[in-house]
Design a protein around this ligand. Structure first.
Ligand code: ADP
Ligand code: MG
Length: 319
């Protein structure tokens, strides 16, 4: 017999032990002991089948990405993720799918030190909404509105890969090189939340955002909120060797600036702080690249080797 709603919850979703949770999954609401000297940050993201992941995405990848995109938001705020709730809509009870999903979810939450404390389970088209809470010292969260004139613009990792991975997942493009194919699909399905980068940059960054809708659109959020402008030097955009190998330069720039789903961190900081930050990142085996600078003239401009270049800047929007 198929599992009922309550057996399903009891079998697949548990709250990890810890003093910070006074009451976890199983009652009408969870009770958490929020440290009295910290601010609580809350973020939520929904992943819908056919919109946020192709229909053929496996359960483990869906769970992985659900955690990554939410933790990425808290990394962008300079917060430490702590607790999560999961709203899960399922077309039917498929125990193979559920056990694969629950295992991957547990592993990812554990990897980031997050405890699942509740949620809701309903019938419907496959959809997941994870809400992740986090904490940070009062007044120390990184916001979009803090960019300052002459700041450097810094980007972690590489961008554009997830967009090329999506081409592969949707069979819009074929890449036979197994290593490249595998790398690009991983970048799409298993984005890295840059929490380790965040732990270092949070003491220096003036503004930050995670790149979910393309560098151009997300940088526009920072400059609009900070009431300034920016220049990106296209030749400095960090592009993976897989992306460079398979795309011509203008397409690579377009994927980097307007493709989505990379979940890298985009931040601004003082030029005088950059050498220290770069050194600390390097010591932890992490990297980031300066891609441009903040200016007083509003709007986002792209340069290539010092010359202005016109580039479409529209990133992903649902409506
Ligand atoms: P209620 O009817 O009071 O809303 P539910 O029967 O929906 O309670 O949920 C029972 C318990 O299981 C609650 O503690 C809820 O937070 C938890 N829960 C339900 N679905 C999930 C889920 N997908 N993941 C984690 N916890 C869940
Ligand atoms: Mg309920």
């Amino acid at each position: 017999m198929a599992l009922g709603e309550f057996d399903l919850i009891a079998r697949y979703f548990h709250t990890a032990q810890g003093d910070d949770v006074a009451l976890g999954i199983g009652d009408d609401a969870a009770i958490i002991n929020v440290p009295s000297d910290q601010q609580l940050l809350v973020t939520t993201d929904t992943l819908n089948i056919g919109i946020h992941f192709p229909e053929n995405t496996c359960a483990a990848d869906i769970a992985y990405k659900t955690v990554a995109v939410n933790v990425s938001d808290l990394a962008a705020m300079g917060a430490r993720p702590t607790w999560a709730t999961l709203n899960l809509s399922l077309p039917a009870v498929d125990e193979t799918w559920l056990s694969e999903f629950a295992l991957s979810l547990r592993q990812q939450l554990e990897a980031f030190g997050v405890k699942l404390i509740g949620g809701d389970t309903t019938r419907g088209a496959l959809s997941l909404t994870l809400t992740v809470m986090g904490i940070c010292a009062p007044g120390r969260a990184l916001r979009r509105d803090g960019a300052q004139l002459h700041d450097l613009i810094v980007l972690t990792g590489t961008v554009g890969d997830a967009r090329l991975g999506l081409d592969l997942a949707l069979n819009r493009r074929t890449i036979n090189d197994f290593a490249h194919r595998d790398y690009l699909l991983q970048r799409l399905n298993r984005p890295c939340a840059r929490l380790s980068h965040s732990a270092i940059i949070k003491s220096y960054a003036h503004a930050a955002i995670d790149v979910s809708d393309g560098v151009a659109q997300d940088l526009n959020h920072i400059i609009n909120r900070s009431q300034c402008g920016a220049i990106i030097d296209l030749e400095k955009l960090p592009l993976s060797s897989a992306l460079r190998f398979h795309l011509d330069e203008p397409t690579a720039w377009h994927y980097a600036l307007c493709g989505g789903d990379d979940y890298e961190l985009l931040l601004t900081l003082s030029a005088s702080d950059w050498p220290v930050v770069e050194q600390q990142l390097f010591q932890h085996g992490l990297n980031a690249t300066v891609i441009g600078r903040i200016e007083s003239d509003g709007g986002l401009r792209c340069h290539h080797r010092g010359k202005p270049v016109t580039i479409a800047q529209q990133g992903f929007q649902h409506f």
